[in-house]
Design a protein around this ligand. Sequence first.
Ligand code: NAD
Length: 418
Amino acid sequence: MSDEANPFESLQEQIDDASRYLDVSPDVLERLKNPERVLETNLSVELDDGDIEVFRAYRSQFNGDRGPYKGGIRYHPGVTRDEVKALSGWMVYKCAIANVPYGGGKGGIEVDPSDYSDGELERLTRSFAEELRPLIGEDRDIPAPDVNTGQREMNWIKDTYETLENTTAPGVITGKAPDNGGSAGRVQATGRSTTFAAREIFDYLGRDLADATVAVQGYGNAGWIAAKVIEQHGGTVVAVSDSSGAIHDPAGLDTVAVKEFKRETGSVSDYGGATEELSNRELLTLDVDLLVPAALENAIDGTLASDVRADVIVEAANGPLTPEADEVLGDSDTYVVPDILANAGGVTVSYFEWVQNRQRFYWTEEKVNEELERHITNGFDDMIDAFEDTDAPTLRTAAYVVAIQRVVDAYQNSGNWP
Ligand code: NAD
């Protein structure tokens, strides 16, 4: 989506594109293009100086045909009702392709958290949790972290919910700290699913990830773990970047040493083990076998896409390609493994966290990783079957074909009520 594009309209277009390869009636499709309900609320929060400030907040429950609504809560000044609606819809299809038994939801508060104290953010979060209380629950809607929220906010929401409901319900939210019911392997899950998706596409193309040269844009949670696990699979990570710039070594970077350097200095730039510094654009257009965009949305637009030289792109970030870039790359020889599958590790291990919370029985990291691999490789195989069995032009459209069909089947098997 371009900066001006309305994300909700982009979602509706993607559903329309995929529906051409499905036998779905327009009436059923209409249900799949709009949220079931959206909470819009105004939170009055006392600031440290005694003033009251009002914050706009949303929670969209897009579709619950396959299970409880599931999706993160973001704190960002750019949060809008349409953005939250779109993100909740993408969650429906991400859960469906990864085959986790959830629908899709998303929430957000229009706020820049860096402008507020920890106490103010706690009061804001607890106020939102109180508004959400009638809508959420272990079997209703299970929020999770998203942009600018993490274990701390999840623990506050869980505590508010449990206090007001006079119960214990760790499965009301995922992405918690391990001591509060979080799962082993959750932090690494997105980088791991990205690597499984990369391994599978190379295998499909008759190649080996172990022989691949790799560039990774973004060295945060998703990007750095993907780089490390790809290196463990034998791949050669030749370039990585963060918001400060990019570094390159054709012989391969030591991903763990780069992370240590970033931890100490705050950025990857000036890392002594690289042979040269690059611009972000140069990294994205390097002649590598695999490019992993793991930073922000819209990193690759139509113009940049025509200069991309990677054979394969695996999307760790959400929406790193604009629709124009998708079109350009769709007409090229580059294979793009879409975000809804490649980064589904986050929601898949959230599902495992919820399962463990419900059973009050916790898994080893080894078991988490094994089950994650099963979900992602099965999702990959289903996407490839749809790619080969339909005329779907891209892997993205094929993934939506599989996901939409699953939601339609769940809806039609249940029948309409009343
Ligand atoms: P993060 O904040 O930990 O890391 C983001 C990284 O991108 C940072 O290193 C930052 O410096 C870098 N960056 C920002 N702008 C850049 C630019 N212009 N050029 C190069 N690097 C830039 O975030 P994250 O959790 O790793 O998330 C990254 C992406 O992955 C987001 O799109 C997010 O929605 C998606 N994602 C993350 C998860 C997860 O579990 N963390 C799950 C699903 C999707």
